[in-house]
Write a protein that binds this ligand. Sequence first.
Ligand SMILES: NC(=O)c1ccc[n+]([C@@H]2O[C@H](COP(=O)([O-])OP(=O)(O)OC[C@H]3O[C@@H](n4cnc5c(N)ncnc54)[C@H](O)[C@@H]3O)[C@@H](O)[C@H]2O)c1
Length: 272
Amino acid sequence: MSKSRIGIVGCGAIGKSLAKFIEGQLSSKAKISALCDLDYSKAVLLKSLLKKSKPMAADLDELIKHSDLVIESASGKISYQVAKKTLSRRKSILIMSIGGIISKAKELFALARKNNCFVYLPSGAICGIDGLKALSLAGIEKVTLTTRKPPKALKGAGYIVKNKIDLDRINKETVIFEGNALDAVRDFPQNINVAALLSIAGIGAKSTKVKIVTSPEYKDNSHEIEIISKAGTIKTVSRNVPFEENPKTSYLAALSAMAVLRSIFDSAKIGN
Ligand SMILES: NC(=O)c1ccc[n+]([C@@H]2O[C@H](COP(=O)([O-])OP(=O)(O)OC[C@H]3O[C@@H](n4cnc5c(N)ncnc54)[C@H](O)[C@@H]3O)[C@@H](O)[C@H]2O)c1
């Protein structure tokens, strides 16, 4: 059987780690066919690191043409457009920048169903999506995400800049933001893909509550999720180690995408 061709849009920390994982762990089933990055030199650099696949550095249209599965690991600014183009051409997509599709997920799922292809949304930096999916069959009453990050991990976020919050002056545990997931994704686009996934898998962005808390005492990023349903209550906490190549990304987020890729190509599917 011929190998699945995988194209990667966004050759930064996650894109690179997934490419290496595919070459290292999935090479009997898949190969990297094409790479695309706004910064062409990053696509060329990653190409030079891959020994088995020999991908082309391509633009988005070419990449989709030469792929069976597209991985989007670039930016929430383009994830919707990349997904729509990919699915329109009857190819499947794995989306990392989930914040960018928060209001468009249903449209993308409908397109995938119509065109007989798949949308994969990894759990990313959180745990509990399996429970949320199961409980939603009985009806969900409330979903709350509390994200805790050290001040440096929030630097540059739109909300921090707009509200002139001086993160260097924070000297105790402080709630920076409290609102719904839609507002959280708008105000913290790089930090809050988890809120988007939680909304899509659960009760929607307007009903999902988000709290962002910081403290100089925090050493790592953590996400606490509380799900209340008549079938039970779930509380999970993931305390994440920052990814070496990009401290704004959690190591768990990259690992979770690797687990999804492994599951795509494995006959055993564990968990819901
Ligand atoms: N789902 C999750 O839980 C989760 C967790 C962490 C990161 N993410 C998201 O995954 C994406 C990648 O994260 P990362 O840590 O690898 O970031 P990164 O900054 O290390 O890499 C992003 C790469 O994408 C490229 N890029 C940016 N805009 C582009 C465009 N318009 N077209 C093509 N390439 C473009 C950049 O040049 C860069 O090489 C980000 O959007 C991030 O928010 C999701």
